[in-house]
Design a protein around this ligand. Sequence first.
Ligand code: ADP
Length: 484
Amino acid sequence: MKNKIQLIEDKLKKSGIKYNLIPLPESLPLDIPSHVMFYKITFSQATATILYKTDKGIVAIQRRADTKFNLEKLKQAIGVKQLEFASESDLRELGTKNGLVPLFGLQVKYFIDKKVLEQGKIYGSSGDGLFGLAIQAKDLPKVNNGQIIDVTERPILGKKRVYSGVRATGRLHLGNYLGAVKGMLALQDDYDCTFSVVDLHAMTTPYDPKTLKDSIRSVILDFLSAGLDPEKCRLEIQSQVPQHTELSFLLATLYPLAPLEDLPTFKDKKAQYPKNVNTALLYYPILMAADVLLYKGELVPVGIDQEPHMEVMRECARKFNQVYGDTFPEPYRFKTMGEYVPSLTGAGKMSKTVEGSFINLNDDFETIKRKLAKVPTDAGTTGGDVPKIGGVATLFVLLALFNRDDMHKKYKQDYMDGKIRYGELKAFLSERIYDELKPIQEKRKYFEEHPKIVDEILKMGNEKCLKIAEETMKEVKEKMGLSI
Ligand code: ADP
């Protein structure tokens, strides 16, 4: 009996086109952003097959991930009066589910939006979560006998605004890189992005004014070395755009005090720095709301630890819109595969402020090896499922994030069979991590040696940011009755 992937290959071969099946890591979520990041492609190369229920039965429409349908146009083009998303049970009946609808032949009528065909190579689902499928866009109509239609409303490209920031508290670590920077990298090609060194946020916990300037510069260098491209996104230093604090005060007039005191992030910081519970610490989420809303950000690539702050941000936007009229979008977090990178100590998350918890972007191979060697493990003979907490769990999360082949599966099997060898796993993992960090470290050297280029990038970014910030503040002040 043939397995699923053999059946898929049979279908593809029958259509006589070239294709690649790309093995996917087990832990990859079924959404498009995760796949875009994994393939290292842009949203315009990713496609989704959407199933609709219509008055003439179920139909499948292929769309480019960076575009949106005009539903009226769509109804006309496919000749139906009613149109709604197919339900989970409809999908089940067709032997598929959300996120897994294949790029080719289910037994329903197929349409392809013209925009998809403007690409060279496109990526979609093979129908089996273990593999992604890449083909030449021009071959798509052959694969599924698709009828070409022209129903894109507008490209989302360049329209959706993205904002994210990293505190100026030293060098970036793997948590910052995987949870935030990787999301920024995935979005910078297709969206209108502003990325910031949030230096004011760094001042809410104890800091040294003598080294703050270096810390700010260091984050910018890490941004650039990791691949943020000033041609594609704006880079700013938060304190250089004074409208951040101005807007935060105005938003604070709308936001109640009590929920801020209840936020887990505030409680954690209070416990961590009992002698430094300043007002700005409490105010942090309002300043963060202002950071994003100043640019009317809709997508925010940050780690899962920021979710409570995202809620405050949405409430600020909602409240403002209710009281002063529609002004701000309600921003959502852009999730990455590394939205929660656990600590090397096996307890809690990887964080700059917890000694022994992190690997820095500038750690060399020996340092990475030494740090991984300290991750606590069990005797390795326990068998059963891989634990969800503790040092072993940390190792497996890192394996899933840095491994693009089958080693994650192999070590998981070894664990379950009770024959895992942590020394070997840690050596393999050290190599994979260093492979990814090495080019970043080399690029950083270049920027360290060319400070004038960095100055120029910051100047350009600041100018562009100030312009947008001024526009937003003009609108906000007028609406709030502050213009004279
Ligand atoms: P830190 O928590 O190390 O002080 P920041 O507060 O400056 O870092 O966070 C910068 C970005 O990095 C935020 O988007 C945050 O969600 C993300 N981040 C921080 N730690 C982690 C982690 N362990 N896993 C995933 N994302 C993280």
